[in-house]
Design a protein around this ligand. Structure first.
Ligand code: NAD
Length: 357
């Protein structure tokens, strides 16, 4: 099948396939849109079953980045990279240097950062080759480095806005929150929720990650097969995508779905299934924008933590506005969010005036 005929192809501006035999790098970089600025979005390293699966992932994720950056008010377009993890090509300096050369060859039209399977140290190796990378600096007072605490802060604030809409109070104390995946973001989210007095129910395939949150925050661990249907107020997918779908929705007991994972819905139509079931969905790319806000400010330079905190505070306000419009129009929240994002990108295409590169 040609890329143009792929069901997830959405008029992406460019899709690059990169192979570097010496390091074993196999990677795809997709630039969905540069209408608002350079296409920004993290690099994911994942064990895909085949290259078609990797292509599906990068096409969906890069489109999501266009929408995420647009709604977050950033002067950035949307892009994403996926590295196909293979046993014969483990993480190495050579591999990340080859990836850095690929990013550099795009001449600043794509800016990379961390995503699942990539650590700050990996991006620091990429930085040795190209300046078109962020999420790398560890300076004090100025923002930089690991985006996940910022993503978690945005999700936490977004949960409060969602609770206000459903329960009439932003107070999370005493609410039962079920978190699927307690890795980088999930751990930080547990920390914030525990401090706020929420009750935590968690699941993860990693025993070490699970133990960290049961020991530190008194979270209750359940099996990965039961977390989505657990009795709770808020369900927070923080592992991988496609978990909220026709199969899982009938079993969801939560009144709110609000998590960090990208592409949580199996299909766009699953947003309506949630709405019909009386479950409020915080659209993923709206609630999980805290990390990209932080790394975008790091890339531009000079932003303090205070500035980034203020920008991340806007996430809760944007969600409340989306919820109000969804109630007015009786459309699902993901449909409303898509429309807002699309209109921002359309306007930018008309004026073409918001570039930072
Ligand atoms: P991570 O890899 O650190 O954490 C994911 C966790 O999920 C791991 O602990 C993993 O063991 C667990 N997991 C994997 N499969 C699972 C399953 N079937 N059931 C339960 N747990 C499972 O990744 P992360 O950086 O925390 O990101 C989590 C999600 O949030 C991803 O979808 C990512 O794309 C998205 N996201 C992350 C950021 C960020 O700042 N890191 C920003 C925006 C979106």
């Amino acid at each position: 099948m040609s890329v143009f005929d792929h069901p997830e192809f959405d008029h992406h501006e460019a899709v690059h396939f990169i192979e570097d035999a010496a390091s074993g790098l196999n990677c795809i970089i997709a630039l969905h849109s540069t209408a608002l600025g350079p296409a920004a979005g993290g690099c994911r390293r994942w064990q895909y079953a085949n290259s078609t699966e990797a292509l599906t992932d990068v096409l969906r994720l890069s489109r999501g980045m266009t929408y995420k950056n647009a709604i977050a008010g950033l002067p950035l377009g949307g892009g994403k990279a996926v590295i196909m993890a293979r046993d014969e090509a483990p993480k190495s300096r050579e591999l990340f240097h080859a990836f850095g050369r690929a990013v550099h060859s795009l001449d600043g039209t794509y800016i990379t950062a961390e995503d699942v399977g990539i650590a700050v140290g990996d991006m620091q190796v990429v930085r040795e080759i190209t300046p078109y990378v962020t999420g790398v600096s560890e300076q004090s007072r100025l923002v930089g480095g690991d985006p996940s605490p910022w993503t978690a802060l945005g999700v936490f604030n977004g949960m409060a806005a969602s609770a206000e809409h459903v329960f009439g109070t932003r107070e999370l104390k005493g609410l039962r929150v079920a978190i699927q995946g307690v890795g980088h973001v999930g751990y930080q989210l547990c920390k914030l929720l525990h401090a706020a007095g929420a009750e935590l129910i968690v699941a993860d395939v990693s025993r070490d990650n699970l133990r960290r949150v049961t020991d530190e925050f008194g979270a209750t661990a359940v099996g990965i097969e039961s977390i989505l249907g657990v009795d709770c107020d808020i369900l927070s997918p923080c592992a991988l995508g496609n978990v909220i779908n026709q199969q899982s929705i009938p079993g969801i007991k939560a009144k709110i779905v609000a998590g960090a994972a990208n592409n949580q819905l199996g299909r766009d139509a699953d947003g309506k299934l949630l709405r019909d079931a009386g479950i409020l969905l915080a659209p993923d790319y709206v609630i999980n924008a805290g990390g990209i806000i932080a790394v975008a400010r790091e890339y531009v330079g000079g932003a303090t933590e205070q500035v980034v905190r203020e920008e991340i505070d806007q996430i809760a306000k944007r969600l409340s506005a989306i919820y109000a419009r969804s109630d007015e129009s009786n459309e699902s929240t993901n449909v409303v969010a898509d429309r807002v994002a699309e209109s921002i990108v359309r306007e930018a295409k008309k004026t073409d005036s918001r570039r930072i590169a």
